[in-house]
Ligand binder design. Structure first.
Ligand code: SAH
Ligand code: SF4
Ligand code: F3S
Length: 508
């Protein structure tokens, strides 16, 4: 977005709205709403790289004030929240754990399924009372939902007490968006439909000091027919390897134990570089040399997962052999109308190659049931693929139509009861397989990165194995943040219980 467009983007006074008709005319004149149609376009323009700094005049903005951010959705959103928290802190705000004493509240939203959106609208309903009680409170909506025009219109109509809406492409503009919101009584709406530059040097306040996320790329160009992400996150843009490596080195020097490299389709990393031949395998290979005990990445797309990456991962060391490899369906026909661009056979072949190179690798996946017109036979192909791969676990979803995506226009003859019943059958298989896989751990000793007290019992510590299994065990609090050896005593459906047998394992 250029300066001109930025100026055109707007402040809307909800009280100016008389009827829906007036309201839309109002927008046409002065408002630059998010447009899914524009967001779909993929231009050839070069990605620019820019730095971040806070203008002098905003540096004291947050003095004596507190911020609260509620995050919905995926790790990318979680990480965006860390960036926004960093910006708030740089502006002098302090964090708070609840909405009650916050001066600014942000909802960092997710648009992936209808129920994700409903949660946010429900929360806005709750916050209305708080806002009435404390009119000076600033309330903002950001994240993926803000990128949808229907959402912005609904907020303007139903929740006009919201003070600011901004999108995923301009979170670095938070200081001036806040400034505008303070200065005007009107709702500030600044959503860029098209991605901007890749912004470096963003401040971050990370959640915890044990595990960290590092963005390696933004956006997605896959356009799976059911998915809203390519519209809400823009085209694929990779961060330069030297920036990523520098960030990981810095995290290592700060004592972080585990890094997860993030992107919606990390296997496409580097495909947009014009000056260098450099992909995820090169990046993993280089980062693996950094002294950090654990290195993961997410999310992989089966189509772009290449042999070079398998070769690099097979070297092991700090590269963990847990791969999240969303399959979505076991039916080639359904995969075709999902535009996943691989077949059942391709996926199984990839799994075979991964298992050959890394016999102990654990695989997890995402599955959608009840895609438009999915037949019983096609659904059973998903079950049979699940059995064949023997995934360690899976995130399973009922298909949710997303406005503006091709699948939303497909007629669908599968009744909701059938979809629900399929989800139940799939979940039964997922649970059964997980329990069986965890059972094999009983009596074995595993390395666990200790994250803290268990949620349900403060006398027990909790941490994750290399394969992302949650382990609860008794150990001294001093082991928090360390990798320790734990002997597994009991397997449950989703978690393991154990006893610590040895402290602080040195990795590398
Ligand atoms: N980039 C990742 C997925 C990100 S979204 C990938 O391609 O693997 C996380 C998961 O949400 C997807 O894998 C898919 O299983 C699910 N999902 C996405 N859109 C959905 C929709 N419209 N309805 C139901 N589930 C959906
Ligand atoms: Fe969505 Fe497909 Fe991109 Fe994943 S790869 S974010 S499912 S469009
Ligand atoms: Fe949701 Fe946006 Fe992530 S739609 S899943 S928060 S990229």
């Amino acid at each position: 977005m250029n300066e001109q467009q930025r100026k055109e983007s707007t402040q809307v006074n909800p009280s100016d709205k008389k009827s829906d008709k007036d309201y839309s005319q109002y927008f046409q004149a002065v408002y630059m709403p998010p447009s899914l149609k524009d967001a779909k376009k993929r231009g050839k323009e070069e990605v620019k790289y820019d730095g971040f700094s806070i203008p002098e005049e905003y540096r004291a903005m947050g003095q004596g004030k507190k911020f609260y951010i509620r995050t919905y959705g995926c790790q990318m959103n979680e990480h965006d929240t860390e960036v926004m928290a960093g910006i708030f802190m740089a502006l002098g705000y302090e964090p708070t754990d609840g909405v009650e004493d916050a001066n600014v509240i942000l909802l960092n939203t997710c648009a992936i399924r209808e129920n994700a959106e409903n949660k946010v609208f429900g929360e806005l309903g709750h916050l209305k009372t708080l806002k009435k009680r404390r009119p000076d409170l600033l309330l903002g909506v950001c994240g993926c939902m803000s990128q949808e025009e229907s959402v912005v219109n609904r907020i303007l109509k139903v929740h006009p007490f919201v003070d600011m809406i901004f999108g995923t492409h301009n979170i670095h503009r938070l200081p001036s968006i806040l400034h505008e919101a303070y200065m005007s009584k009107e709702m500030v709406v600044e959503v860029w439909s098209k991605e901007g530059d890749v912004i470096e040097n963003l401040p971050k306040v990370r959640k915890g000091n044990i595990k960290a996320w590092v963005n390696i790329m933004y956006g997605c160009d896959k356009f799976c027919t059911y998915c809203i992400v390519p519209y809400t996150r823009g085209k694929e843009r990779s961060r330069r390897p030297e920036e990523i490596i520098q960030e990981v080195r810095h995290l290592a020097s700060q004592g972080y134990k585990e890094i997860t490299l993030l992107g919606q389709n990390v296997n496409a990393y580097g495909k947009d570089f014009e000056d260098i031949e450099y992909g995820l395998a090169h990046l993993m290979d280089e980062i693996s040399k950094i002294d950090i005990p654990r290195l993961r990445f997410t999310t992989s797309h089966p189509r772009d997962f290449d042999d070079h990456l398998i070769e690099v991962l097979a070297k092991g060391g700090n590269l963990l052999d847990h791969i999240h490899l969303p399959v979505q369906s076991g039916s080639t026909d359904i995969l075709k109308i999902m535009a996943r661009k691989y077949s059942r056979e391709h996926y199984l072949d990839l799994v075979r190659k991964i298992k050959e190179a890394m016999p102990n690798a654990s695989l997890t996946t995402d599955i959608i049931v009840g895609f438009p017109n999915e037949t019983e036979e096609q659904f059973e192909e998903t079950l049979s693929l699940y059995r064949e791969v023997e995934f360690d676990s899976a995130y399973t979803f009922i298909y949710s139509p997303r406005e503006g995506t091709p699948a939303a226009k497909m007629e669908d003859n599968v009744p909701m009861e059938v979809k629900k019943e399929r989800l139940q059958r799939l979940n039964a298989l997922v649970n059964e397989t997980s329990a069986k896989k965890l059972k094999e751990y009983e009596g074995k000793t595993v390395d666990v990165l200790v994250e803290g007290e268990s949620k349900n019992n403060p006398d027990v510590l909790a941490g994750y194995t290399e394969k992302s299994k949650l382990v609860n065990f008794k150990a001294p609090k001093s082991s928090i943040g360390q990798i320790v050896k734990v002997k597994i005593t009991k397997a449950k459906t989703w978690t393991l219980n154990g006893e610590m047998v040895e402290e602080a394992v040195e990795v590398n």
